[in-house]
Design a protein around this ligand. Sequence first.
Ligand SMILES: Nc1ncnc2c1ncn2[C@@H]1O[C@H](COP(=O)(O)OP(=O)(O)OP(=O)(O)O)[C@@H](O)[C@H]1O
Length: 289
Amino acid sequence: MIRIRLKKHLHAATGPLLLQPELEAQAGEFLAVTGPSGSGKTTLLRMIAGLETAAEGSISAFGETWLDTRQGINLRVQDRNVGLVFQDYALFPNMTVAQNLHYALPKGAPEDIISELVDITELQELMGRYPARLSGGQQQRVALARALVRRPRLLLLDEPLSALDQRMRARLQNYILRLHKAFGLTTLIVSHDYQEIFKLADRVVRLDHGAISQPELPDEVALANAPDGSFLLSGEVLHIEEAGSSFLMSVLIGTNVVQVPAAIADLRGLQPGDRVEVRFEAHQAILSR
Ligand SMILES: Nc1ncnc2c1ncn2[C@@H]1O[C@H](COP(=O)(O)OP(=O)(O)OP(=O)(O)O)[C@@H](O)[C@H]1O
C-alpha cells in the first residue's frame, strides 16, 4: 500500500500553482496518472522518487515512511528504491547494454536478477551493443530492465513510450505488463494515450490544477478521449460460453478482462488463445475480429 499526501508551490506557465496531490495505491496495482500539460505530473513522480522536495507532506510505501515533513523524515532517492523510466532513455552512451545493466547492480548483490530481466525483456542478442546502435524501442527496453535491477517494488514511468511509433509502443506495453506481473510491482504511469491507459492500467487518476480528481475507469477515459467516440483494441480470447441463443467471450485486453457478446456466426472457429479486435462504443464491447 502506498499513501501520498504532498504540497509544493510551482511556478507554472500560467502563474503560481499549488501542487497538492493526495493519492493511494494498493500493492500490485497499475495506476495511470493523466491530466493536462503543466498540471504537475512529472513533478509528482519526481517527489515520490525523492528527486524533488515537497514543502510539506508524507509518503508511506510498503510499511515504510519515505517522507514525513512533520517528523523530519526524508529518505534519499537510493533508500526509497524506486524504478524510474522517463521519455528519454538516459542510458550511458559509453557503456554496452550489459554494462548499463551491471552498473545499476549494487556491489556484491546477486547477478541472477540481470539474467531474469534480460529473459523477460528479450535483450539477449543486444547485450554487446552500445545505445547508439539501438532503436528507440530497444533503448527503452534496456531502460526498463535497468530500472528494475535493484528490485524496486514501485515502478514510476513518465510517458516512457511517447517518443515511439504506434507499433513499437504496443510491443513495449507488453514488456511493461510482463515486468509488472513478473515482479509483483506497483506501477504508476503518466500517460496521455487513452489506448495505452486502457491496455495497462487498473485505475486512472487525473491531476488537474495541482489536485487529483475523481478516479476513473480506464474504459471511461478511453471513450471520453476517442475522437469519434469509439476505439479499437486487440486482445486474446480467454473463454467462450453459451449465453442463451448467443455466446459470451471473455477477452483479455491488457490487464482487463472484457466480456464481449458474439453470435454463433461471429465465432467462425475462434478458440481460446486466438487474437481478436474489439470495438468499444458507448460502453459496449463489440467483436470486430
Ligand atoms: N521545482 C520547481 N519549482 C517550481 N516550479 C516548477 C518546478 N518544477 C516544475 N515546475 C513548474 O511546474 C509546472 C508543472 O510541471 P510538470 O513538468 O510537473 O507538469 P506535467 O504535468 O508533467 O506537464 P507535461 O504533461 O507537459 O509533461 C511547469 O510549469 C513547471 O515549469
